[in-house]
Design a protein around this ligand. Structure first.
Ligand code: GLA
Length: 383
């Protein structure tokens, strides 16, 4: 873990502030966010930390533990524009740009020196990018005294991701990173941004969440994610609704008559997944986490067969975990790679992890990275 020394070595002075923000895992509700639907993610105990000191000029100067030492990227607050940003520093500069685009007056603000370190694995589908964005958004909001609330900061993060980074993602990741709470999931209505904290009660039920990172890298700026989003928008238009959130399970027979077979499968995933989120929230509240296994498995099958965003590696991780006693398992995040999660008894964790590792070796896949996560608090000021 970096300490203030790395900051001092880079910038020749001590940091003044430290902010951190978590990555996320999604318990259930996949690709529902940009359909104005429901999601149930939780912030994880893997965080991005930003050490910050104010400057007297207008420069934002940024580096990270992942960069070559001394390799500092800078941009003036007078030059903020998506075209002036590339690579990972867009996650930082993009937030300043998005704040301004959404109405913040930055004309009299000064810049910062920023050093970023992260324990959120990159490319694992655990929102390492949202973790940077949300820690930085909270820091800029505080230090520039902008007075925005966390829901608006989530919107700022999504706006930056969509328009500065260029990935057409929804609002789930930023909401989880900003609104997460210990041992709880964030139940979010992505149309209204109404939230409720839902107790996961994992430790009292002797359960853990095992992350199974397949190490198949996914990229959202291109390819399948955007194609799925376009299918959903086409489906909503053909059905005459603003978003697929407005289609219920009872409307599916009518949808099947109106849509081509592929669009119908995409729509069916979203419609049934929204219902599964609502059901999961009810079951968690009424019966506890041990009873949600079937919903998790049904969600995975829907992503595999209807939305077609799983991979053979994700399917193998999920199936192996279930065969060896997991309560439930599903891929998490955007798909096309990244991670699956399994809800497991604490005592079964090692057996399940070993079985998944062995199954990957037998299939000739890269060795997966397996670790448990706990639901953690959202973005916060550390000092
Ligand atoms: C990615 C996006 C989110 C969401 C998920 C799928 O993580 O960033 O907005 O769409 O995929 O649920």
């Amino acid at each position: 873990m970096t300490d203030t020394t790395s900051f001092a070595q880079t910038f020749g002075r001590e940091p003044e502030h430290r902010y951190s923000a978590p990555g996320r895992a999604n318990l259930i509700g996949e690709h529902t966010d940009y359909n104005d639907g429901y999601v149930l993610p939780f912030a994880i105990d893997r965080r991005t930390t930003s050490w910050i000191a104010a400057r007297s000029d207008r420069l934002l100067r940024v580096t990270s533990t992942a960069a070559t030492p001394g390799d500092v990227v800078e941009l003036s607050l007078d030059d903020l524009a998506p075209a002036a940003m590339n690579g990972w520093s867009a996650y930082v500069f993009g937030i300043a740009w998005a704040l301004r685009e959404r109405g913040a007056d930055l004309s009299d603000k000064s810049g910062f020196d920023i050093f970023i370190d992260s324990t959120v694995p990159v490319g694992a589908g655990l929102s390492s990018s949202a973790a940077i964005e949300c820690g930085i958004a909270l820091a800029f909001n505080d230090l520039w005294e902008l007075g925005l609330d966390r829901k608006e900061l989530a919107r700022v993060g999504q706006f930056s991701e969509n328009n500065a980074v260029g990935a057409p993602t929804g609002i789930m990741d930023q909401s989880a990173s900003l609104l997460g709470e210990e041992d709880a999931a964030v139940f979010l209505d992505c149309r209204t941004l109404d939230t409720a904290v839902v107790d996961l009660a994992l430790s009292t039920n002797n359960l853990e969440i095992l992350v199974m990172d397949t190490r198949v890298e996914h990229a959202h700026a291109t390819g399948g994610y955007a194609a799925r989003r376009a299918s959903c928008e086409r489906g909503a238009e053909a059905l005459g609704v603003p978003a697929l959130r407005d289609v219920g399970v009872n409307d599916l027979p009518r949808a099947e008559k109106l849509l081509d077979a592929e669009t119908f499968r995409r729509v069916r995933h979203i419609v049934t997944e929204n219902q599964r989120v609502l059901d999961t929230v009810d079951v968690l509240r009424e019966q506890g986490p041990r009873a949600i296994g079937d919903l998790l498995v049904a969600s995975h099958r829907s992503m595999r067969d209807d939305f077609e965003i799983s991979t053979p590696e994700l399917d193998l991780a999920v199936d192996t975990a279930l065969e060896h006693g997991a309560v439930g398992a599903r891929m998490t995040g955007g798909g096309f790679g990244g991670s699956a999660i399994a809800l497991v008894d604490r005592e079964a964790r090692t057996t399940i992890a070993n079985a998944v590792t062995a199954a990957f070796a037998a299939a000739g896949y890269a060795e997966p990275v397996l670790f448990t996560v706990h639901a953690a608090q959202g973005a916060r000021a550390e000092l």
